[in-house]
Design a protein around this ligand. Structure first.
Ligand code: OAD
Length: 240
């Protein structure tokens, strides 16, 4: 099966890879859902919403600081590196990720669409100020905007918020005109990301899923591989 996928990748003109939290699991970052998932311990509506931030910015920032602490020393794994390599191999390539951990960039990927933002970036709720900030612990919680004194918030998409328009437009466009899509490590339940493989399939692409578990998109995929991202990367590498 992996051999067939490798052949499709080698023959393709435009490859799109869609990733979710599962790709970073073997780097030591917990997923959201599943048996050790983060949402088992925390309620998203209490922490990852604009209303939660309005009510208690300190609590929300403490949670994000805890997540930054959890992520700061984590390294890309073989799956992140293989995706960076694929970008150089095929004529046209885009990586669409739901992850906010920044590991794809660390692995060398450049053509990345971050659908849900990036945990290492902050933006002001009152003005257009944005910054990358890897300092741990934070100087103050909640941090304040150095330009206008407003509250800074994590530059990520929360429940109830729209995705950045340019990122979503690009993701839709590339999903519609790729000829192969690899979908790695997503439970495919959060919209609109979960619709991208369906869009690719309906537009004629060969769609491959890599996930130890079945998901709602398993049935529409041409190939669905029940394996972890690193095992897949090692197998694909052998056939490229
Ligand atoms: P989930 O936590 O919902 O799903 C992770 C998926 O990874 C599951 O389907 C697992 O079966 C799979 N998985 C586990 N181990 C794996 C491995 N070693 N290799 C490959 N796959 C593995 O994560 P996402 O689908 O990314 O949004 O979640 C989507 C969004 O929900 C997140 O971006 C986040 C969350 O709410 C926001 O924060 C806006």
């Amino acid at each position: 099966m992996v051999e067939r996928v490798a052949q499709k990748v080698k023959d393709c003109k435009k490859l799109v890879v869609l990733t979710g939290a599962g790709i970073s699991k073997e780097s030591g970052i917990p997923t959201f859902r599943g048996k050790d998932g983060l949402w088992k311990k925390f309620k998203p509506e209490e922490l990852a919403t604009p209303w939660a931030f309005q009510r208690d910015p300190k609590l929300v920032w403490e949670w994000y600081q805890w997540r930054r602490q959890l992520m700061h020393d984590k390294k890309p794994n073989k799956a992140h590196y293989l995706i960076a390599k694929l970008e150089k191999m095929v004529p046209e390539f885009w990586l669409i990720t739901q992850n906010i951990d920044g590991l794809h960039r660390l692995a060398g990927s450049e053509k990345i669409i971050e659908l849900h933002g990036n945990i290492w970036w902050e933006r002001c709720v009152d003005c257009s100020y944005r910054r990358e900030n890897r300092k741990l612990p934070l100087d103050e919680i909640p941090p304040r905007c150095p330009e206008c004194g407003g509250l800074l918030r994590p530059d990520v998409v929360w429940f109830g918020e729209a995705l950045p328009e340019d990122a979503l437009d690009a993701a839709l466009r590339h999903s519609q005109d790729c000829d192969v899509m690899l979908v790695i490590g997503t439970s495919a339940v959060v919209q609109p990301a979960a619709s991208l493989p369906v869009l690719a399939k309906n537009s004629g692409a060969f769609v491959v899923e890599v996930n130890p578990d079945e998901t709602p998109i398993t049935d529409i995929c041409d190939v669905s591989l029940r394996m972890g991202a690193v095992e897949f990367a090692e197998a694909l590498q052998r056939h490229l």
